[in-house]
Design a protein around this ligand. Sequence first.
Ligand code: ADP
Ligand code: MG
Length: 243
Amino acid sequence: MAKIVEVTDLHKSYGDNEVLKGVSLSVEEGEVVVMIGPSGSGKSTFLRALNKLEEVDSGEIKIAGWDFKNPKNDINKTRMNIGMVFQHFNLFPHLTVLENLMLAPTELGKMSKEEAEATSRKLLERVGLVEKADVKPNTLSGGQKQRVAIARALAMNPNIMLFDEPTSALDPEMVGDVLAVMKELAQEGMTMIVVTHEMGFAKQVADRVVFFDNGLIREEGTPEAIFNQPKDPRTQEFLNKVL
Ligand code: ADP
Ligand code: MG
């Protein structure tokens, strides 16, 4: 299996607050990695660093063909291969749902308008929202908005999807539909890194669970290993609180 992410010894500080203290992680194509850990431990900073939305102080990042160290590599091209879904959906309010999906592929010259529309309608079908194609995002529920956000990220046909607490801002009854879409995506073979507090999703869908604490990966392993036999006392303490 080919590695699609290879991160080595990442360090990042905000002022004197060291937020990433030497994080290394590699992910293989098709793998689903779920990151869990306390709030403030650096998970979002780490995900943003992968996309170079955040500059790091030191360490190496290789992702989806992009090498942090090679000045010739084009991060903008690489970003087209990385889908990102945030807690807050960040949909464009003045565009319809369909237009939200079509925007990046057409603006970045990846598809013609016709191709983008056909692809977008297929994706809306996949997330169960094809009937919402022509409405504005503000008429949708939170769960529907998040499914549109996922479809929009998929419209660029990415090699990897990064999710940062995609269900944390949703009413409980909306969470299941969004997790179902993510589960299906995982089963179709998408490479995914998912930061979440949904332990059921981690158990069911993750190939590997990574416990992030205080700027470090403390422990990683299969869901069985992490949930049933955590080795690190910090992992045990965290799981005692959330399970
Ligand atoms: P998590 O996603 O695990 O909750 P974050 O990566 O959001 O953690 O934050 C890790 C730490 O970095 C926190 O102490 C947070 O206050 C700090 N931090 C995050 N973003 C910034 C920023 N833009 N400027 C200063 N400090 C930040
Ligand atoms: Mg976060």
